[in-house]
Design a protein around this ligand. Structure first.
Ligand SMILES: *Cc1c(COP(=O)(O)O)cnc(C)c1O
Length: 390
């Protein structure tokens, strides 16, 4: 493999793990669609024994992913949540975990239902560093779990500052970096111990694969998670790993295009008379804008906004958009729109949801890379449909 350290990330996404096949010269890597591998003598093999443990297509993807976060190790699983499940199994029973209060709905459900009897969780607003310091003193966690920007409120946590606190108290720090992708944010370089991603979103970018991964510089933690993956078995199929290897090649240009469109739509929405307010880290009005500028290389493609009105108006808006597809998930080339209170965050109890600000007139956009005028026109038509109904 060429020395990847010095390459720009736009080059790495294409070349690391994407080397031509040695045997045939095939420019695209083969899909090793196999469960097992022939051994020359009992126990003698080339590092591949059984696909639950290792598969060359998956190895290529892991090499690529590690290089993007400038990490020593990466591991891929069948979904973002299965990676989090492995990580939760890595902790001793009763581990105290301090977690952001606005994490992805599925993460919240995993922690508060499946793992509630194994570990002790405390959810706080990690955007407030003083809160974090206070909770570290009182709760004495062994693990800090961050997501930044959060979903759907796009709250920004200062990764460097929180990881400094974690280091001081020998707390292991994790950052779910799904919303930014390694192109816009690299938490390991800001002091985090482990980064996790749902590859389903920006990393794959084409809404045709579910997958998860983690990157770390800790050999011992990587070994722990590898052993758990091999023992529990939520590995990604060779074909899905191949699809991600293919999707990831355009990560750099996709992220640039997502953010260019999102910035323009966010500004346009902010001045729109049918909109109450807009949340986008790239706007000066965002309370985390300064930290976002410091720790992120771009502001991403996710926008959250409050439409004027209530449930009736938001429903009507969501029914009237045509280009923006009404669907859960995010990070694909196509624009998606959704209603967190009814869709992605229905698993979060209503009172907690409302405390977080996830109201009935809140709408979340995953801005795709289509033509900006077409996207704006689609939203404008939906706004007009609400007006007419009134
Ligand atoms: C989607 C998502 C997950 C879960 O990943 P899956 O691949 O759906 O299992 C975790 N965190 C964030 C921020 C997500 O958006």
């Amino acid at each position: 493999m060429a020395k990847s350290k010095n390459m720009h990330i736009a080059t790495k996404v294409i070349h690391v793990g994407g080397e031509p096949d040695k045997e045939t010269g095939s420019i695209m890597p083969p899909i090793f669609q196999t469960s097992t591998y022939v051994q020359s003598s009992p126990g003698k093999h080339s590092g591949y024994e059984y696909t639950r443990s290792h598969n060359p297509t998956r190895t290529r993807l892991e090499d690529n992913l590690a290089s993007l976060e400038n990490a020593k190790h990466a591991l891929v699983t069948a979904s973002g949540l299965s990676m989090m499940t492995l990580i939760m199994h890595a902790f001793a029973k009763g581990t105290k975990i301090l977690c952001g209060d606005d994490v992805y709905g599925g993460t919240y459900r995993l922690f508060t239902t499946v793992f509630k009897d194994f570990h002790e969780f405390k959810f706080i607003d990690t955007t407030d560093v003083k809160e974090v310091e206070k909770a570290v003193k009182e709760f004495k966690p062994k693990v800090i779990w961050l997501e930044t920007p959060t979903n759907p409120m796009l709250k920004i946590t200062d990764i460097f500052k929180v990881c400094q606190i974690a280091k001081k108290h020998k707390i292991q720090s994790f950052v779910d970096n799904t919303f930014m992708s390694p192109y816009f944010q690299r938490p390991l370089e800001l002091g985090a111990d482990v980064v996790v991603h749902s590859m389903t979103k920006y990393i794959n970018g084409h809404s045709d694969v579910v997958g998860g991964c983690m990157m770390t510089n800790s050999k011992s933690f990587y070994n722990k998670i590898f052993t758990l993956q091999n023992s529990i078995g939520p590995q990604q199929s060779p074909f899905d790993s191949w699809l991600v290897l293919r999707g990831i090649k355009t990560l750099a240009i996709r992220m640039e295009a997502h953010q260019k469109n999102a910035m323009e739509i966010a500004k346009w929405l902010e001045s729109h008379k049918m909109v109450e307010s807009v949340i986008y880290p790239g706007l000066k009005s965002h309370p985390g804008h300064k930290i976002a500028k410091k720790q992120m290389l771009g502001f991403g493609g996710m926008i959250t906004f409050f439409v004027k009105g209530g449930l009736k108006e938001s429903k009507r808006f969501l029914e009237k958009v045509k280009l923006f597809a009404l669907a859960e998930s995010l990070g694909g080339v196509e624009s998606l729109i959704e209603h967190p209170a009814i869709m992605t965050h229905a698993s979060v109890p209503k009172n907690i949801r409302e405390d977080l600000g996830i109201k009935d007139n809140l709408i979340r956009l995953s801005v795709g890379i289509e033509n900006i005028h077409d996207l704006k026109e689609d939203l404008e038509n939906a706004f007009n449909a609400i007006k007419k109904k009134k």
